[in-house]
Design a protein around this ligand. Structure first.
Ligand SMILES: N[C@@H](CCC(=O)N[C@@H](CS)C(=O)NCC(=O)O)C(=O)O
Length: 195
């Protein structure tokens, strides 16, 4: 399998964690999201993913893998709710392409863009903080899709200097996850393309 990734991409970080948790080997191709206007916009990559975003996982055999959920239907719904709050509600508002649009097309100043970023993370994290009870992971004693999505979003929030003191449960879940080799190996700073 080939993973098109970028060390700082939180969406690629999620997939690296999931592949490591499943023990699935992959080769990595780095797509630099900011150099030369973004290598994701080059024709070679838009032919791979017309959305021009990472990650892309190219499977050699068409196999599919289920990510970690949990047995009980109600618990599964909670895991999905948390994962989707991150992947569908927080992340798209804070994506590089969104922030670049605020800056380049709508001509916002950097402090306004930072305020935008902080606002959506804080709003999302406030809801998630109220929904989780670290035990030690977001939804109990086993790592789930909720943790796979949460840890990269916390990494991103730290990078953009969002204060996390109001989110002790989220920070505790992050600390528990980062003790696991699958998460450690997936960390942006441990990637071959890290800068
Ligand atoms: N829904 C996609 C989102 C992927 C995505 O938005 N990736 C970002 C990096 S975290 C990206 O490639 N952005 C390129 C850009 O903003 O130009 C997924 O979860 O894989």
């Amino acid at each position: 399998m080939k993973l098109y990734s970028y060390f700082r991409s939180s969406a690629a970080y999620r997939v690296r964690i999931a592949l490591n948790l499943k023990g699935l080997p992959y080769e990595m191709t780095s797509i630099h999201l900011t150099k030369d206007g973004g290598h994701q916009r080059k024709p070679e990559f838009s032919a791979v993913n017309p959305q021009m975003r990472v990650p892309v996982l190219a499977l050699s055999s068409g196999e599919k893998f289920r990510l970690a959920l949990v047995a009980d239907a109600l618990d599964r719904a909670k895991v999905r709710a948390i994962a989707q709050m991150i992947a569908c509600d927080i992340h798209p508002l804070n994506n590089l392409v969104t922030l670049q649009y605020l800056k380049r097309a709508l001509k916002h100043e950097q402090p306004e863009i930072d305020a935008w970023y902080h606002h959506w993370v804080i709003e999302g994290f406030t809801a998630i903080e109220a929904m989780i009870k670290p035990a030690p992971y977001a939804c109990g004693a086993h790592v789930t899709l909720a943790d796979v999505c949460l840890v990269p979003q916390v990494y991103n929030a730290r990078r953009l200097k969002v204060p996390l003191d109001k989110f002790p449960k989220i920070v505790a879940v992050e600390a528990a996850c980062l003790k696991l080799p699958a998460f450690e190996k997936a960390r942006p700073e441990n990637q071959p393309d890290a800068e």
